[in-house]
Design a protein around this ligand. Structure first.
Ligand code: MG
Length: 338
């Protein structure tokens, strides 16, 4: 195989704020794996609170490029195991390479991944559209700029109930909220019933990621379903979230790719937990991989390309939140070869 990569800093349409901070650009790594003249692509955006900047991904990749290339590629699951051992401390990089392996595999088989997995795309949930933290006026304006059936509202700040109440005055759309670990147990217990009254359907990561004791209490008392995000990173975390959360929000980048994400979905189902896959502001490369998994999910948050002002590939479309699939094999995207 031959490996090439490019790094990008994709500008957001609006500065993107969550309870952890603001960003104006999304740094991201795109890898290209070429095998028998066919090219597969994968992506890993850098997220500051996971401490793996794009430079670190590039540094690790450069150091072991020869080993990445010399693997005798036959199927992506075997490739993931190899990569997982090659880069044990860099799940983001493993994700990008695993995704490229799956794209390549689909293209070699001339099928999209959802076809290889026998999934029915009519079952894919509608994606939400994220409203980052801002002044209330700006949040209302951002929402009105993008009429959408489901909004995911970032909360975890002092006046968050006021924010959600103001947005509710302007739409009947479904609301979800994501506190990004921004509340204490007391705040969560007080705010969640108010959010339910405002028509919020679920709450993502209310408490700090290691506050399992608090989550146990909240899980017993919450009037809304609770989903783990920061508390559910790797495969082993699914088990830990059981009886503390109603569902998990898997992200391909943090768990290290499509291969472990599929196992996490299966395990969550065995534990009767709900499953969502979320994006980390990927371009259409990373979100195309989420689209392939979408029929397996209860909820999906794959609005990355809608929040960014530039894209790297074409292929993933949305019609009022509904995912539009293309006939392109693999991930379903078209991209200019490197
Ligand atoms: Mg989240």
């Amino acid at each position: 195989m031959k490996l090439k990569y490019k790094t990008y800093s994709l500008p957001f349409k609006h500065p993107f704020t969550i309870s952890k901070g603001t960003k104006t650009h999304q740094p991201t790594l795109i890898v290209e794996l070429e095998f028998m003249g066919i090219r597969g692509y994968g992506e890993a955006p850098a997220i500051s609170y996971y401490n793996i900047p794009v430079e670190k991904m590039v540094e690790d990749l450069e150091r072991k490029k020869i080993f990445v290339e010399k693997f005798a590629f036959s199927d992506p699951e075997r490739y993931w195991h190899y990569l997982h051992h090659l880069f044990p401390a860099n799940p983001f990089l493993v994700c990008a390479l695993d995704m490229a392996g799956w794209d390549l595999f689909g293209k070699l088989k001339r099928k999209q991944l959802h076809e290889l997995w026998n999934l029915d795309t009519t079952k894919s949930p509608v994606t939400d559209f994220t409203i980052g933290i801002d002044t209330i006026d700006n949040m209302v304006a951002k929402m009105q700029e993008k009429p959408w059936p489901i909004y995911k509202i970032k909360v975890g700040v002092e006046n968050d109930i006021e924010m959600v109440a103001a947005l509710r005055k302007h739409t009947d759309a479904i609301f979800r909220v994501d506190a990004n670990a921004g509340w204490t147990l007391e705040q969560a217990l007080q705010k969640i019933p108010l959010l339910k009254q405002l028509g919020v359907e679920m709450v993502e990561q209310p408490l700090a990621k290691d506050n399992w004791e608090g989550m146990k209490i909240l899980f017993e008392q919450s009037v809304l379903p609770l989903y783990a995000d920061e508390a559910c990173v790797f495969e082993a975390d699914v088990e830990k979230c059981h009886q503390h959360f109603n569902g998990i929000n898997i992200k391909l980048t943090k768990c290290s790719g499509i291969t472990p994400a599929r196992r996490m979905i299966s395990r969550a189902r065995e534990l009767n937990m709900e499953v969502m896959v979320g994006c980390m502001n990927e371009s259409s490369v990373g979100t195309a991989a989420i689209a392939q998994l979408a029929p397996l999910l209860d909820k999906v948050d794959m609005d990355g390309p809608l929040l960014l002002n530039e894209d790297i590939a074409t292929g993933v479309g949305f019609e009022n939140g509904k995912i539009i699939y293309t006939p392109t094999p693999g991930l379903g995207i078209t991209i200019e070869p490197f």
